[in-house]
Ligand binder design. Structure first.
Ligand code: AMP
Ligand code: GLY
Length: 423
């Protein structure tokens, strides 16, 4: 089969590598891909949001199945458009992708169907938001309604910070239209867990749990990033917690979306916080997480294409989704200065050979004359799979030390909280 993957980061590189193991995959095209993905698939210079060109390409090439990985094209309706020209897709249609595309929508959905999440109010006027913030307890959390590259969330310690966040989103429009409405919500505490689930509207099949590390600095200091490293499984996500989440969160969310006439077929990502009052939803994503995918998919033992096709066709109940009981760790190597400003164009040197349990997923690099050069904030993920989490972390860090580019930075404490919990 001819497969098309839309997207071009470390998550897409991971999806491509896993799809290559699927028995029915013959050719993979990635739009736009990146310099690292080009070693594993054919990259085509079409942007992930250019729906017209994506559809034309799929028809011309006779694509049999498409995987839409990033949030933007999903929210814009890439799946609707491709289905209309006869291309089956993995990913939700626009009506269902709104679960990530609008936080006002997702918060109202959770309230209506009794799904546990932080208490909140929504606002479409900065004056009203600021008046509300004058009498609020702190810290408090302010979220832009729409997509904001993971940067639309502010945890304000006091009124001054909260007011500044509201003004920059609603008046200065730093997130564009995404800041026209805001959610202001209660600050929650507890360990965070990411659970990516395959769902076709009939059943929910969770993948192995994981933990992201969103801050740039060790000890969870500094600004939020797209994600600086991940581990799987997440030791805070015990069997008891998993059972509760299925009953109180995953199935109720699937049923809620069905009841709203927005059947979700694809990967539904639950960002959870295990609060003293039980598991609660921090956020939904309508797609695979990045860099969660880099540790989750290497542990998948089932055929990824088969699972994706079953998800799209609504036959997931009959399809096995099996994960190994090993552990995986991903260390993200970024350009010095990320997430603010950084320089690109440095040559990347990779180890000549990798062991079977080692992977390098490229996120931001371009290829020129057979060499790789940095081209983004997050450059790559160094991943290792081992029997236990401590071993996986040790191997992933050893792998990162064998990778070089100027001004490379990475966190030295990925998995530290998880290891402390395991002890
Ligand atoms: P989000 O983009 O919604 O996942 O938010 C980014 C990060 O902000 C989350 O991973 C949490 O660490 C933090 N966060 C978001 N909402 C809350 C909340 N209500 N209470 C505490 N932390 C939060
Ligand atoms: N790692 C969080 C996300 O993909 O949004």
């Amino acid at each position: 089969m001819k497969i098309m993957v839309v997207g071009g980061g470390g998550r897409e590189h991971t999806i491509v590598c896993k799809l290559k193991e699927s028995k029915n995959v013959d050719e993979i095209y990635v739009l736009p891909g990146n310099g690292g993905i080009a070693a594993d698939a054919v990259c085509v210079n079409i942007g992930a949001k250019d729906l017209d060109k994506i559809c034309d390409f799929a028809v011309e090439k006779g694509i049999d199945f498409a995987v839409i990985a990033p949030d933007d094209p999903l929210v814009l309706g890439a799946v609707d458009r491709l289905n209309a020209v006869g291309v089956p897709c993995f990913g939700p249609n626009a009506a269902a992708a709104i679960i990530e595309g609008s936080k006002v929508f997702s918060k109202n959905l959770m309230k209506k169907y009794g799904i546990p999440t932080a208490a909140y109010e929504t606002f479409t006027s900065s004056d009203e938001a600021i008046a509300y913030l004058k009498n609020s307890p702190y810290p408090i959390v302010i979220k832009a309604d729409g997509l904001a590259l993971g940067k639309g969330v502010t945890i304000a310690e006091d009124f001054a910070q909260a007011e500044a966040a509201v003004r920059s989103a609603m008046e200065d429009k730093v997130f564009g239209e995404s800041g026209n409405a805001l959610v202001i919500e209660e600050f929650m505490t507890g360990p965070e867990v990411s659970v990516l689930c395959f769902t076709d509207g009939n059943v929910v099949k969770p993948m192995v749990s994981s933990m992201d590390h969103k801050r740039i600095g060790d000890g969870d200091m500094g600004p939020n990033t797209g994600g600086m490293g991940t581990i799987a499984p997440n030791p805070f996500y015990t069997e008891d917690v998993a059972e509760r989440c299925m009953k109180e969160i995953f199935l109720p969310t699937m049923h809620a979306m069905n009841a709203e006439g927005r059947v979700f077929r694809g990967c539904l990502y639950f960002g959870l916080m295990l609060t003293p009052n039980g598991p609660k939803v921090v956020e939904y994503n309508c797609r695979f997480g990045d860099p969660e995918t880099q540790v989750v998919l290497p542990l998948l033992e089932s055929d990824l294409l088969e699972v994706m096709q079953a998800t799209a066709a609504g036959t997931l109940a009959d399809t096995e989704v099996k994960f190994s009981d090993k552990a995986a760790a991903c260390i993200v190597m970024a350009s010095g200065g990320y997430p603010t400003s950084y320089k690109s164009g440095f040559e990347i040197t990779l180890p000549e050979t990798l062991a079977e349990n080692e992977r390098i997923f490229i996120a931001g690099a371009k290829a020129e004359d057979g060499k790789l050069y940095t081209s983004g904030g997050r450059v790559l993920g160094a991943v290792a799979v081992e029997q236990t989490l401590p071993e996986a972390l040790k191997k992933a860090y050893a792998l990162a030390e064998r990778i070089h580019f100027e001004n490379a930075v990475y966190r030295k404490d990925i998995g530290a909280r998880a290891l402390a919990k395991e002890k």
